[in-house]
Design a protein around this ligand. Structure first.
Ligand code: PMP
Length: 287
């Protein structure tokens, strides 16, 4: 069965899912997006993703032409049309067609696109054995230039860092902010465990406020694990007992080596394992 893509409320086969080359989403990366997961046909924390999408749009002065209810409807319709239970959902809102100039006022018809697909998970061994990552030399966007809280269609900052990761033989890369502090990875948030305390950089470090990050913070608190959102340096990473990443696509994935330094015992730690287990149970209970 051909995958159906929802463009402006209409389902079209993926071969016919096209938008104009004059769309500022293409010309300038001018637009916003979300990446979400469905489990058992239901999107995990859809409300939070929609809230972040609307916040991102507001921050770039983009009016999303439909209501959140309508968006939620389109997401569910598209998942159903494709018969997807456990999958990945991409929401995109572009600035729309404009001139070849930058002027956002001269654009019209923002395109609202919903893509649902089967999920290509990381291989099982990443979860069993943990990832090896490196620090990228590309600095995370300065919040005063393009705030990482905005999930905009311009992801070059992250892509450049990810290329560095690949060049070093890694699937993820750690990014530091303009102050040299730990921010996040190219498509995931980062957590450390030291002496039983779970630590993650605060939003003010210049990061995306991950939906999975929030879920893990809640789960840790329920488990009685102290959580701190606190400034972290590379030294904190190297001297951590445990490290893991969180993201909608990756879920919770252990990290066992950073910049050739072994983290803790060099294998996924007990708190990481506990949180992975809790996270799996949470998404299945679709809370
Ligand atoms: N940081 C960045 C830069 C990301 O792109 C993502 C993935 N959307 C995340 C963190 C994780 O966010 P979430 O848990 O909402 O997927």
């Amino acid at each position: 069965m051909t995958l159906q893509v929802n463009i402006n409320g209409t389902l079209v086969p993926k071969e016919d899912a096209k938008i104009s080359v004059f769309d500022h989403g293409l010309l300038y990366g001018d637009g916003v997006f979300e990446g979400m997961r469905s489990y058992g046909g239901r999107v995990f924390r859809l409300e939070q993703h929609l809230r972040r999408l609307w916040d991102s749009a507001r921050a770039i002065c983009l009016d999303i032409p439909i209501s959140r209810e309508e968006m939620a409807d389109r997401v569910n319709t598209t998942l159903q049309a494709n018969g997807i239970q456990d999958g990945y959902v991409r929401l995109i809102v572009t600035r729309g067609i404009g001139t070849l100039g930058l002027d956002a006022h001269l654009t019209r018809d923002p395109q609202v696109i919903v893509i649902t697909d089967h999920i290509a998970l990381y291989p099982r061994e990443y979860y069993d054995e943990g990832l090896k990552i490196v620090t990228a030399s590309t600095v995370r966007n300065h919040p005063g230039a393009l705030n990482p809280r905005i999930k905009s269609l311009n992801y070059l900052n992250n892509i450049l860092a990810k290329i560095e990761g690949h060049q070093a033989g890694c699937v993820e890369a750690l990014m530091l902010n303009h102050l040299g502090e730990v921010s996040e990875c190219t498509g995931d948030n980062i957590f450390l465990v030291r002496d039983g305390i779970l630590r993650t950089p605060p939003i003010s470090a210049g990061i995306l406020e991950g939906v999975t990050r929030q879920a893990v913070i809640e789960l840790a608190k329920e488990e009685g694990i102290p959580v701190e959102e606190i400034t972290l340096t590379r030294h904190d990473v190297y001297s951590a007992d445990e490290c893991f990443l969180t993201g909608s696509a990756a879920e919770v994935v252990p990290v066992v080596m950073v910049d050739e330094r072994t983290i803790g015992e060099g294998k996924p730690g007990p708190i990481t394992r506990r949180l992975i287990d809790r996270f799996h149970r949470l998404v299945r209970s679709s809370e």
